[in-house]
Design a protein around this ligand. Sequence first.
Ligand code: SAM
Length: 286
Amino acid sequence: MNDDFRNDGARRVGQVKEITSLANPIVKDIKALAQKKARDETKTFMAEGLKLVIDALDLGWTIRTLVYSKAAKGKPLVEKVAARTVASGGLVLEVSEKVMSAITRRDNPQMVAGIFDQRWKALKDVRPVGSETWVALDRVRDPGNLGTIIRTADAAGASGVMLVGDCTDPFSLETVRATMGSLFAVPLVRTSAGDFLKWKGSCGARLVATHLAGSVDYRTIDYRSKPVILMMGNEQSGLPDDLAGAADALARIPQTGRADSLNLAVATGVMLFEVRRHLLALDGSR
Ligand code: SAM
């Protein structure tokens, strides 16, 4: 891996480079971020689109590299974001469309992409209070589901998303795309099922777990008197017994029709907007 993404302070500072070759080592490093191994090693990830990059910077995320295609050169917002990147010690790359396509793995790529430091919140620092809602996902496997859930959690005003057990990577390109920018606004926690259960014991929140065998209609649960941890099960196997057994309520969404269950992201959306129904209004207040 090139030093540009390392967290060891050795990255080059404030440079603007022009790159047209796919063989350039920096381009290779950025392309490698498609692999989880490279994202884990560098603790970075890529997000595409000018608006997303600006939102991320506004929310205080650390940008390591800004990449823009030649066609974007001279556009005021791009110049501004490039200046912000340089000012914060990041690298700016002006690349050919061919390079941009290769980096983003798209035929019609966005004109701007950013490489950012990953950000995780520690479980021990999560202390739900008042009307907070957290979403806890048991072994979520599908990147699109995770991205959609992060986006929905943002829209419903949830305080964050906890990834329990072996989950798909929220910083994969597919998940980042599906979040539509909400990734930058929703705190993420990762934890084992054991640590989650220990934490739950003393967190003071109500654990509402969704289960196809749940006996309680999700519309009859008290979501107001305590903060809520909304727990959702794995796409294939649902919630395991230890997590389901720790729940204060096992909620079910009534269904008709032939399908056995709802898609995980759809079920999360239905639940979240019920849990937070009393807190949401059309004027955007929460
Ligand atoms: N075969 C799995 C099972 O038996 O649990 C189906 C899992 S379902 C596709 C994924 C998750 O979505 C479930 O674990 C649950 O959290 C949620 N879910 C889907 N439909 C639901 C429903 N009707 N009521 C409550 N939760 C539901």
